[in-house]
Design a protein around this ligand. Structure first.
Ligand code: SAM
Length: 299
């Protein structure tokens, strides 16, 4: 996977050289390039912001450096905007615009078949970032992240970029950061850990909270429950005996019960969306103060 990041604070991305993702980059599985937006400014002060039209507090990022940066990093525009599929992020990345017909003869050749590119613009007003979106992004060949600061980027930059690649404005949560850099680090970590070979044990992502589950999707839709390691006894606190029993069915049931309790307590919105439940599930949820109606039960 190729990842380009445009920012006015390139130093923010030092952590990409660390841990599992740093190792994957070291092996050449991920190619990160961090670009300083100011290198596309044309004035002596390297100005990237200006006052907002219409008044109001704060500053807005100027379109010119962003336009020049994206011209340099994104594939060239090859299709009129009205020929591009309008793909919301939950449907990405089926058809990259590079695969669309009618390429004018004066443009460079298409990239290899299947190569896809996507521009991701972090914004608190964007669509919520989810584990499912991370999984879909992990199948894109080339991601470009545009880190806003101040009150954000002049809206015409995003409009124009949409004429050449799919663009998603994405929020990492219902709060406001000072800049897109921490949001991009969060997204990159969650996307890149899903790439083949990045996690030591590929199954661990399926078992995670928000994971797709495995073994018949037993844990799909649930938060992960508590986990334990050695020693068996620590400060007079014991590991739950069932986990030491070697009884795989009992362990799986205990894990599901614990996951149900945690989901009911911390995320009732997720508990309410659970797939049809068996009678033990219903019992656990009721005990956790989350009554289950007959309609939610598997028959
Ligand atoms: N005026 C903007 C608004 O109210 O929607 C907030 C701008 S914020 C101070 C500056 C930048 O931080 C944004 O352009 C975006 O890149 C980033 N940012 C802030 N909160 C974010 C969030 N929850 N998710 C993703 N990016 C965020």
């Amino acid at each position: 996977m190729r990842v380009d990041i445009i920012t006015i604070f390139p130093g923010y991305f030092g952590p990409l050289g660390m841990s599992l993702i740093g190792k994957a980059a070291g092996r050449g599985d991920i190619e990160f390039t961090v670009h300083d937006l100011r290198s596309w400014t044309r004035d002596v002060h390297h100005t990237v912001d200006d006052t907002p039209y219409g008044g109001g507090p704060g500053m807005v990022m100027k379109p010119e450096p962003w336009g020049d940066a994206l011209d340099a990093i994104l594939p060239p525009a090859r299709h009129p905007p009205d020929q591009l599929p309008d793909q919301p992020p939950d449907q990405l990345p089926d058809q990259p615009p590079d695969q669309l017909p009618d390429q004018p003869p004066d443009q460079p050749p298409d990239p290899p078949a299947g190569q896809s590119v996507r521009l991701v613009v972090p914004a608190p007003s964007g669509k919520p970032f989810t584990q499912d979106m991370a999984a879909r992004y992990s199948r894109v060949d080339h991601l470009v992240f545009a880190c806003g600061r101040y009150e954000g980027i002049d809206a015409r930059v995003i409009e124009e970029a949409r004429a050449r690649v799919p663009v998603d404005e994405v929020s990492i949560g219902d709060y406001v950061l000072a800049g897109g850099e921490p949001a991009v680090l969060v997204m990159i970590e969650s996307i890149c850990r899903l790439l083949p070979g990045v996690l030591g044990n590929a199954e661990s992502a399926a078992d995670d909270s928000f994971g797709a589950g495995r073994d018949g999707a037993a844990m799909a839709g649930l938060l992960e429950g508590p986990v334990y390691t050695r020693p068996r006894s620590w400060r007079s606190r014991e590991v739950p005996p069932v986990l030491l029993s070697g009884d795989h069915a009992a362990i799986a049931r205990w894990r599901r019960d614990a996951a149900l309790r945690r989901t009911a307590e911390n995320r009732p919105d997720l508990a309410a969306r659970l797939e049809p439940l068996d009678s033990r599930d219903a019992e656990v949820l009721s005990e956790a103060g989350f009554p289950v109606s007959g309609d939610d039960m598997a028959h």
